[in-house]
Each structure stands twice: as C-alpha cells, then as structure tokens.
Design a protein around this ligand. Structure first.
Ligand code: FCB
Length: 463
C-alpha cells in the first residue's frame, strides 16, 4: 500500500437509489412514479427497458447488505421511494412502504453501517406530476409532508439526511432537455422547477431538524469542472455561461441565498425569463433555501470543455478517446475533482463535504474463470480517491466517499446498458458477482488508504 492514507474516521461508503435498484414497483401499495410512466413511452429508454424489476433489491436487500459487510464499508447512501410512502401524493401515509426502509435501516445498523438517507432521487409519484409536478409551488408542501412521514419513522435511528439528489438533473434533464422524466422541453418551466426543488430542500431541512434531534442535513449537487477550449475571449465567456447555468445556479442560492446575477442575465438574454425578476421567487424563499447545511454532498464524474458556438452560446467539445472516456462518453478527469473540492472550500466554505457519488461505467466482461478484471474502474477509483486525498491535505473538510455504485443498475435513459457497479448484476438470474474493483475497494476501506499500483487481487475472505 503506497497510496494516500485518509484521516481517522473517514467514512467509506457505497451509494444507490430506489428507482434504480428496487423493482417491485407495484408491491405493498407503491404507486406509479414519473420514471415508471416515462419508461412506457417508446424511445425514452435506449434499450426499451423499465425499472419494474431492476436489481430486485426490494426482495434481495439482505443479500445486498451482505455485500456491504463484505466490503467493510461504514456507510450506505440509499434513497426512499416517495410513491411507496405517500402513494396518493397528498393522501394518507402507506405504513407498508415505511416498513421496508425500517427493516433495511435496522439491518444496516446491526451490520455497523451508517445509513445516509436521500429523500428525493427522482421518483416523483406520477399523481403529483399530474397536478403540475415540480413546476407547481404546491409540491413544496407535499414534499415536506413526505419528509415528515419518513423522519417520523426512521428519525430515531437515522441522523444523516439528504433532501435532494442533483437538482440540476431534475430541472434541466427533466424539463429543459427532455432526457429524463417527465421529459419536458421548456426552459421557463426549468427555472421554476429548480426553484421549487431548492425551496422544498430548505423547508424540509427545517422540518427534519424539528423532528429529529441531532439530525445532520445536506443536499447533493452534481458539479462539473468547466474549462474553456482556448484562451479566446469568446470561449472564456462560454465557459462562464456554462458554469453559471450548471454549477452556480444551484450553489449560489444554497450557500449565498441568491441566484447569480450573470446567470440570470444569461437566461433573460436567451428569452427564458420575461424580466430580470424571477417571478417564482416568493418573499423569504431565498432565506429558507440558504438555511445552513450540516454537510454538502458532491457528486462528481467528469469535466466539460466548452467553446463558443456560432451564436456565442456554450457548446461542448466532445472529449477524444485518448483523453480517457468512460462508457458514458464522459472524460476521465480526476484533477477536476481536486479543483471542484478546492473551489467549494474557497468560494462556498461548506462545513463538511462528502463525495456522495463517484464512479464509472465500463464494458465489463466476465472471464472464463468467472473473474471480472475491471482494471479501468479500479484506476478511475484510485485516481479520484487520490485527488480526494490531496484535497484533504490542502485543507478541504472532506469527510467521506461513496462509490457509485454498489450494484450495476437501471441507469435512467440508458436502461441497463451502462454498468456502474462494483458488483455485477446478472439481470436474468439476479446473481450478484463482485468485480475486481469490489475487492480493491474492500482493501482500500480496510487500509483507510488508496491501494498503490502494486495492489493484487486476493479472493474474498469467507464471511
Ligand atoms: C448521477 C445520478 C445517479 C447515477 C449516476 C451515474 O447523476 O445521481 O443516479 O445515475 O449519475
């Protein structure tokens, strides 16, 4: 082991989300989610699949916690499916839905694994979408009620709470680019949605704190490194615009209680707003949104290099394979993780940061001996963890790391074609198989350090 050693108490974890692993979409009173509906429309999911079975985690959760015990991880980040808890959107709470997470939490705690619970990882009850979804302000109250129900049941055992996963994806992929559920393409709606998601974060934070003594509450944002393709002024301007729309539109309200002026001006110029005032922002909203966080969750995968298109608007320069790209086509850029963490420290100063997702999809193959030698994933994890370690050494208050993902799973619009797991899932048999990266990660966790290049595969110890 020649790599970076992490400070005592560093949290090692793995992450998943409900819609991507649970399946059992119609069991025990769960109602339809917007993703269940979205999957039904031809063309939305690249392999025509849906998440009705996924990893069948709803029935195999004990086995999956067994995988976590084998890894030796100290924390597990999962999300609760809103349609299981309040199937009618605003009606009664479904106790059977809560029972599932209740048992999951007990088993995690018995295994010495600390639960980090995400309330919203994109599976809105369809019935709430039918009455406007995130674009109607009424959803904020519905979210708070849902949060109350979950905290009321799990709050005696769970102290780490995440309100939302990646508001950018909810707002932009879901409502501007149409790639994610509900599949809208309406920039004006996008901004309203983003605001209601953030407002519901602030309100739910207050609710969680009121209900759960000692709760620690955070939000997860996906941030990207943005670099200009050249030193030309227009490319620099394109990078500023891209960063404003992607990163700062979410960071600034959460940490500074305001939307960034330059990014608001950009949206106005694009015709996405009628005037410089944001019509959906109510009195006091930004104060609520910027309620101080206990921790900030960073999902980090890649960087974007942008140039000015003909109209001056940012345009992504597609990464070339020589730079190293994953199956998602995302450039592998671990230095960007260091840069993003340093930026957070310098510009936003969160009290604590957790890397709540980081990982990579590759085409894994099972060897004749049954082993999956996913050395590219191992390299990805090694280089990003090393960058994370450098950031800690540079004074970033980084407290933990969650690999995405524990299991191969339903990768949204890509269906089952992208495998992010450190465990392979054979979707026909539902067999889980540890990839080499799982053994590597187990050794990293045990050593509290990044294994060096000399790391060698050693088969699993028996439980
Ligand atoms: C993130 C999502 C997560 C997963 C990874 C690959 O944007 O939060 O659910 O899909 O990307």
């Amino acid at each position: 082991m020649s790599g970076y050693r992490f400070p005592e108490g560093f949290v090692w974890g793995a992450a998943t989300s409900a819609q991507q692993i649970e399946g059992a979409v119609a069991e025990d009173g769960r109602s339809e989610s917007i993703w269940d509906r979205f999957c039904k429309a031809p063309g939305n999911i690249s392999d025509g699949s849906d998440a009705s079975v996924a990893c069948d985690h709803y029935h195999r959760w004990r086995e999956d916690i067994g995988l976590m015990r084998d890894l030796g991880i100290g924390a597990y980040r999962f999300s609760v499916a809103w349609p299981r808890i309040v199937p009618g959107g605003t009606g009664p709470v479904n106790e059977a839905g809560l029972d599932f997470y209740d048992a999951l939490v007990d088993e995690l705690l018995e295994s010495g694994i600390r639960p980090f619970v995400t309330l919203y990882h994109w599976d809105l009850p369809q019935v709430l979408q039918d009455s406007g979804g995130w674009s109607s302000r009424g959803i904020v109250d519905a979210f708070v009620r849902y949060a109350e129900a979950v905290c009321g049941r799990l709050g005696d055992r769970v102290s780490d709470w995440i309100t939302h996963n990646e508001p950018w994806c909810i707002a932009v992929l879901g409502h501007e680019e149409g790639e994610h559920a509900p599949g809208h393409r309406d920039p004006a709606e996008t901004l309203r949605v983003a605001h209601h998601v953030l407002l519901s974060h602030g309100k739910a934070t207050e609710t969680i704190r009121a209900l759960v003594p000692g709760a620690r509450v955070g939000i997860v944002l996906n941030l990207v490194t943005v670099e200009a393709a050249s030193g030309a002024e227009a490319d620099g301007e394109a990078a500023r615009r891209f960063d404003g729309a992607f990163n700062r539109w979410f960071l600034d309200p959460v940490f500074r209680g305001r939307y960034p002026d330059d990014a608001v001006a950009d949206r106005l110029r694009l015709g996405h707003l009628d005037g410089p005032r944001l019509p959906f922002v109510g009195e006091g909203d930004l104060g609520t949104i910027s309620t101080p966080l206990d921790f900030f969750g960073l999902n980090y995968y890649s960087r974007f290099v942008v140039r000015a298109g003909e109209d001056g608007e940012p345009e992504e320069v597609p990464p070339v394979p020589e730079k190293g790209i994953t199956e998602m086509g995302w450039e592998i850029h671990p230095e960007g993780l260091f840069g993003t963490l340093a930026r957070l420290r310098d510009e936003y100063a969160p009290k604590e940061i957790y890397i709540t997702e980081n990982g990579a999809a590759f085409l894994d193959t099972v060897g004749p001996d049954g082993r999956i030698r996913d050395w590219r994933r191992i390299e990805y994890l090694r280089d990003h963890l090393t960058a994370a370690g450098r950031a800690i050494a540079a004074g970033v208050p980084l407290k933990g790391y969650f690999v995405w993902s524990l299991l191969d799973n339903f990768e949204w619009a890509h269906g089952y074609t992208k495998r992010f797991g450190i465990h392979r899932v054979d979707y026909d048999s539902q067999r889980r198989l540890a990839k080499d990266s799982a053994f590597w990660y187990r050794d990293a966790v045990a050593a509290n350090a990044v294994p060096g290049e000399e790391w060698e595969f050693r088969p699993r110890r028996s439980r």
